[in-house]
Design a protein around this ligand. Structure first.
Ligand code: SF4
Length: 699
């Protein structure tokens, strides 16, 4: 018998375990941070907790080194003599308040604009829109939801009266059929993809994936519709056409719960599968088969993301999805619904908190006189005029034109995340006074006049709202580095310096109490009730259990409305000068503009650089093999990156991300092309050319 040598590894026991909500994507996974010496040693996920039941993706499990990265901002910075130099909090906050007051006095409140954040808590977003509206007096507030799901909000409000995911993550397994269109779920919402895979493998759901790329989810699908980017409307109308022709529609639901059916039907008549096939490139028989799967099984659910929304017809795309659900009566029951998957951790909450130019909290319209009077009475100040403020794309342009003179950016990086990045930087440089509040000095911060260091998610209290409308707690596990402070505290300091009253909140819980008082859909929400699994809004009273499924008995607008929509080409299609089509998206290991994930060594190891996906046919014609350096150029600029020759993109199509500043896809995208209703830019389609180039120096 041998005796094991005594281990030299000393066990490390956590000083504390803190339950909180993941700060990456909109799934809102619950996690337990095991903390010792102000470091996170391990991340677990509680099995009993919704929505993830013990699952986490690679970012949630291992993506937290950035919290103690040496690049963290630890002190305020003020630009002096062209350089950003350390300053005290009093110096920085006094300067911000002084300049805001001066610009408002000289040019009026609309000369200021605010970008709140899908990364920050609900309480912080609430305070920023309160600062804009109640202290400065402008509706010029928006955030990056404009760049991802603005068309979801506008489209679903038009169709149903409410712009959020209708069903819950838990009831995905109740679906007999699932249509996933324009969502690379396994990479963008990994834990929701597990639920979809479970619905297929364990519960026998039939999955149809519609995507221009052969994404991983297609391995679980009975059918992949590989349509050309920008042809979703024709595909969706084609599906509806077949469902009608084959009498798979739900006549009772249409009669009892919808309106405008006949007008819509006349338009859909024009999209037989053969015509839809011609536009989309999908064989007509596959369109017929997909229609039979979605229309012939009940309940059936639809999932979509930015492949649908980031188009000049994003609003119409969302309407076409809503039409399909109304046609088949797939609303108001488990396993059905229209389910937009929100991208960032609290993009839902930032919208819910009124971080949009046309609504106060809970989507109370700024142009509704009763709403204005209610807010005037509640806050005791006159409200801004009853017209929406500027959207983020309009704010940037107005900054370039000298109309927006001061811009306050909290937890966003428009210099990198917005389309046509060169132009965005030029506009930001023209502002008289740019304030950036963040955890790192990002590309926008480098242009700022004042930089304010903020606390990250694990360093503060608050709430996030996930994609299924679940309000969940965020809890403090670590101390923020240096002098960094929670965003809500910084906002209160600025408001108080501007002479505002009622900004002496003891903590974020007190802010949530105020949110509940002024917001009907949050009226029953309090920290005490959020302790375990959170609550899905609407939650109109303290004894209401929350709402896992919307539209069970009626739509907020009364009847669901069919909206006729027609195919329309993308704004910029390939031509002789730019013969390829570029579409953009994200990858599993990286997140958004990479501010956090590129400072996590393990994630950087897995995904160290941009890889431009090029179809083998195009690669052969251009003499390109995997690993070659290529230059991708559009009418707006050029970027250089390595090629990845891979059959998962269609011939004529290339794919890039916007994670890597040195090879930024958004330099190429078409910022001028904007959905006229939702004002969302067309990230998903633009024309480019590709050339093989020598490796840059150092490679
Ligand atoms: Fe975080 Fe989203 Fe991954 Fe869940 S799926 S761990 S919320 S990044």
């Amino acid at each position: 018998m041998t005796t094991a040598a005594p281990s030299t590894v000393r066990p490390v026991w956590a000083d504390a375990t803190v339950r909180t909500t993941c700060a990456y994507c909109g799934v809102g996974c619950q996690m337990t941070l095991n903390v010792k010496d102000n470091l996170i040693y391990r991340v677990d996920a509680p099995f009993e907790a919704v929505p993830n039941h013990g699952n986490l993706c690679v970012k949630g499990r291992f993506g937290h080194d950035y919290l103690w990265h040496p690049d963290r901002l630890t002190t305020p910075l003020i630009r002096r003599g062209g350089r950003l130099e350390p300053a005290t909090w009093d110096e920085a906050l006094d300067l911000v308040a002084e300049r805001f007051a001066a610009i408002k006095a000289e040019s009026g409140p609309d000369a200021l604009a605010f970008l709140c954040s899908a990364r920050c808590t609900c309480e912080e977003n609430y305070l920023m829109q309160k600062l804009a509206r109640q202290v400065i007096g402008t509706h010029n507030i928006d955030h990056c939801a404009r760049l991802c799901h603005a068309s979801t909000v506008s489209g679903l409000v038009q169709a149903f009266g409410s712009g959020a995911m209708t069903n819950s993550i838990a009831d995905i397994t109740a679906a007999k059929a699932i249509l996933a269109i324009g969502t690379n779920t396994t990479e963008q919402h990994p834990v929701i993809s597990l639920q979809i895979k479970k619905a297929v493998r364990q519960f026998g759901a039939q999955l149809v994936v519609a995507d221009p790329r052969r994404i991983e989810l297609t391995q679980f699908a009975v059918l992949h519709l590989q349509h050309r980017p920008g042809t979703d409307l024709a595909l969706l109308n084609g599906l509806a056409h077949v469902i009608l022709k084959e009498n798979l529609h739900n006549t009772a639901f249409i009669a009892e719960r919808t309106e405008n059916f006949e007008a819509w039907q006349a338009v859909v008549e024009e999209y037989p599968p053969e015509r839809a096939s011609e536009i989309t490139g999908v064989p007509a028989e596959d369109i017929i088969r997909a229609a039979r799967i979605y229309g012939g099984n009940r309940p059936a659910s639809i999932f979509y993301a930015m492949g649908i929304t980031q188009h000049t017809v994003g609003h119409q795309n969302v309407l076409a999805i809503a039409n399909l659900a109304l046609l088949t009566g797939n609303l108001g029951i488990p396993g059905s619904g229209v389910n937009p998957l929100r991208g960032q951790n609290n993009v839902q909450g930032a919208c819910d908190m009124g971080g949009l130019p046309n609504v106060y909290t809970g989507y109370q319209r700024v142009d509704d006189e009763a709403v204005r009077q209610k807010h005037a009475a509640y806050y005791g100040v006159e409200q801004p005029p009853a017209r929406p403020g500027l959207t983020v794309t309009e704010i940037i342009r107005a900054a370039g034109a000298g109309q927006v003179r001061a811009l306050y950016v909290m937890g966003e990086n428009p210099a990198m995340s917005d389309p046509d990045s060169h132009h965005v930087r030029e506009c930001l440089e023209k502002t008289d006074f740019l304030v950036v509040q963040d955890i790192f000095l990002n590309e926008t911060g480098e242009l700022a006049d004042v930089v304010l260091p903020s606390a990250a998610f694990a360093e503060k209290e608050g709430t996030f709202v996930n994609t299924e409308r679940r309000v969940q707690r965020v809890r403090k596990a670590l101390d923020a580095p240096g002098d960094a402070r929670p965003d809500w505290e910084i906002l209160c300091e600025i408001a108080q310096r501007l002479g505002a009253r009622g900004w002496d909140y003891a903590d974020p819980e007190a802010i949530m109490q105020e949110i509940a008082e002024i917001t009907p859909s949050f009226a029953g929400i309090s920290y005490a009730r959020l302790e375990n699994d959170g609550i899905q809004w609407p939650c109109p009273s303290p004894d209401h259990p929350g709402t896992p499924i919307l539209h069970t008995a009626r739509f907020p607008r009364g009847l669901g409305r069919f909206n006729p929509v027609h195919h329309q080409d993308a704004a910029e299609l390939p031509d002789d000068a730019y013969p390829l089509m570029l579409t953009t998206g994200r990858i599993l290991e990286m997140y958004h503009t990479g501010t956090m994930t590129r400072r996590v060594s393990g994630l950087n190891f897995l995904a160290p650089e941009e890889r431009v996906e090029v179809n083998p046919q195009d690669a052969a014609r251009l003499g390109i093999t995997t690993g070659d350096w290529i230059r991708v150029s559009s009418r707006r600029g050029s970027v250089t990156a390595r090629a990845w020759v891979v059959g998962r993109v269609l011939p004529g199509l290339i794919f890039m991300t916007f994670h890597f500043a040195e090879a930024l896809g958004n330099i190429l995208t078409n910022g001028e092309a904007i959905d006229p209703i939702a004002k969302i830019p067309e990230f998903k389609v633009c024309a480019v050319k590709v050339e093989k180039v020598p490796a840059p120096n150092g490679h």
